[in-house]
Design a protein around this ligand. Structure first.
Ligand SMILES: Cc1cc2nc3c(=O)[nH]c(=O)nc-3n(C[C@H](O)[C@H](O)[C@H](O)COP(=O)(O)O)c2cc1C
Length: 361
């Protein structure tokens, strides 16, 4: 891949988008995104998806393939939603607003990180009704209350509480060095997380994760708004059942793509037992290591209703702002449509476990 490329439309797959993006990403952020020095869990996730063999279906009328799906009652063009991620402003001056624009242009939902640079108001203005607000239940609950109120006022359609990082993990040296450089940049207004910038009068530590949050706190959180609550970062079936019993509308089966618990079970391996446990009582989404339309189909065949994608979207943002995000989402959608056609699924509802080859003994 060379820098002579003039348009993101020339980019053919996620690997090509990544190659362009990595030429322009600041080195410490690229290292952070790549989990430098602790790549194994992400590697296992990617490998677990790609090791699932698919089976084609013969002679089905697939002239019209429809990839649209509903999530929490909202119809979107593809079962692919942008995951929340911190640091967008390092790769594009419009940050999360550009991601939201790209997602809207592609007909899907964007999720704003509570650690994002752009605010709920800015993202809600470009993606009203198609924006989910990610939350950490930070130490000062008034901050959580205020962010929820701002999200509601800005047109968010769901809240997404991340439940897999009660503490910041101790990263190995290459990640620590990258993070140390990034923290320098986060201290400037240009890159500051809005939750730090907008609540800077609060005592130090107010916006740090609260390691004491439990299931008992969810009732309080649900009481802050009428928005459906999604729990992000569930890996065990017993937690999926607790999520259901706590009134969550959906869960995201996720291991934070290797940035949380190292050596976590891959999502592709965790998903089936979660689907068995909660069935269709709540919606189930999946993320971590989805890199192609075939991976999306695999996740759906295992019982997910939709996936979220993080790094591919971030690479799209770096490669071409909103256009790059739209491009990467369209690449994944077109790949999904193609693999649906070859496996005999004209609609998302036609995808089932029969497409998955039994594991060779
Ligand atoms: C650079 C980066 C920053 C992230 N920041 C957040 C965040 O602020 N909140 C959160 O819930 N998840 C965060 N995540 C996790 C993503 O939301 C998502 O779970 C993960 O990236 C999905 O895997 P993928 O990148 O392989 O698609 C981050 C991931 C990356 C790579």
């Amino acid at each position: 891949m060379t820098t002579t490329m003039t348009s993101v439309d020339d980019l053919f797959d996620v690997d090509e988008v990544r190659a362009v993006a990595e030429q322009v990403m600041p080195a410490p952020y690229r290292d952070f995104v790549n989990n430098k020095g602790m790549e194994k869990t992400l590697h296992d996730d990617i490998g677990a998806w790609s090791s699932i063999h698919l089976r084609p279906r013969a002679l089905v009328d697939v002239r019209d393939v429809d990839t649209s799906v509903t999530v929490l009652g909202d119809r979107i063009s593809m079962p692919i939603i942008t995951a929340p991620f911190v640091g967008s402003s390092f790769v594009h001056p419009e940050g999360e607003v550009a991601t939201a624009r790209g997602a809207m242009a592609a007909g899907t939902i964007t999720t704003l990180s509570m650690n994002g640079t752009c605010t709920p108001e800015e993202v809600g203005a470009v993606a009203p009704g198609h924006y989910w607000q990610q939350l950490y239940c930070v130490r000062d609950r008034e901050v959580v209350r205020d962010v929820v109120a701002r999200a509601v006022a800005s047109g968010a359609s769901a809240l997404c509480l991340t439940v897999d990082l009660p503490v910041m993990p101790a990263f190995p040296r290459p990640m620590r060095e990258a993070m140390a450089e990034l923290f320098q940049r986060w201290s400037s207004d240009e890159h500051a997380m809005y939750v730090v910038r907008d609540y800077r009068d609060k005592p130090f530590g107010s916006t740090f994760p609260d390691a004491g949050v439990t299931w008992a706190d969810l009732e309080w959180l649900r009481g802050l708004s009428d928005l459906p609550l999604i729990l992000k970062g569930v890996i065990r079936p017993e937690d999926a059942l607790l999520a259901r019993d706590s009134g969550a509308a959906a869960i995201i089966v996720s291991n934070h793509a290797g940035q949380g618990l190292r050596s976590s079970q891959p999502v592709a391996h965790a998903l089936p037992s979660i689907v068995d446990a909660v069935g269709s009582e709540i919606e189930i989404y999946a993320d971590s290591g989805i890199r192609s339309g075939a991976d999306v189909l695999r996740a759906l065949a295992l019982g997910a209703r939709s996936v979220l994608v993080g790094r591919p979207v971030l690479w799209g943002l770096a490669a071409g702002g909103a256009d790059g995000v739209e491009r990467v989402l369209r690449i994944l959608r077109d790949e999904l449509a193609e693999v649906m056609a070859i496996t005999g699924a004209a609609t998302i509802e036609d995808i089932d476990a029969s497409v998955l080859a039994p594991r060779a003994s």
